[in-house]
Design a protein around this ligand. Sequence first.
Ligand code: SF4
Length: 269
Amino acid sequence: MEKLITTFPNKEEFGKTVSLLSEIGIKYDIISPGAAYSKVGISSAVVDAEDMRLISERKSIDFICSGWVDYRPSAIKVPDTAPASFKEEVLTESAIMVLAPCVADYKKLRLIVHTSSNIEASFPYLNSEIPTGSYTRDTETFTFMDGYRMISLYGHRITVAKTDDIVDTWRVLEKIRCLVNDIWSRRAQIQPSYELKKKPPALEIYKRLPGTNCGTCGQKTCMAFAVFLWNGESHPSQCKPIFGGEHSNLKEPLMAICAGLGIAESEEI
Ligand code: SF4
């Protein structure tokens, strides 16, 4: 039977929801972030889709969740470790406020996350340390790619696209927390950068593709694939003529320009 999963903005709403589900006799499973992801995740509830329909019809039921999405068991496990701590932490905790299917790929998730502290002060240091990141001072945003995932940081907010499932989502959020806090802890040794770094244009990516429009990557033309790469919706390795085919000579120049988008060869889709 089809199942749905949600997570919650805080522990109180999680507790309230599972009490309500028990009260009205709806079965649920709990996926826990454990200690490892406790700074970025709240326990999540999984229910049958049909039961969810019944819940939504009961007007008396009142709880706040981050959004119901299709449940897929995770291929990864929550580690059995405590979260890393840092000399100084600018990003203390975060909570998922919106959980929804990705617009470009409904099998993946997108999220909006609220941070408990303002992280804007870290952006010039992140800009120095993450060569593929892009800092926009006017709007106080810092954007970078984690493989094929686009991550945007704002003062009190983080948006992430294309996580695989809830455990993968927590893993990505914990990785961001550690990255930001590690750089923040070392900021005395880092020259802050306020420079605006621009992404390489899609045309420059296109120039490093075979130009045969063979369609193996799933796109009708190499230009369309270049635009998907530019948007972070594809990975270079999907061009099989370059990765293992007759155009392997283009692999190095393609990966060099894709580094400007924050795409690494090791992080294939
Ligand atoms: S697989 Fe490569 S060569 Fe074929 S259409 Fe896609 S980008 Fe072009």
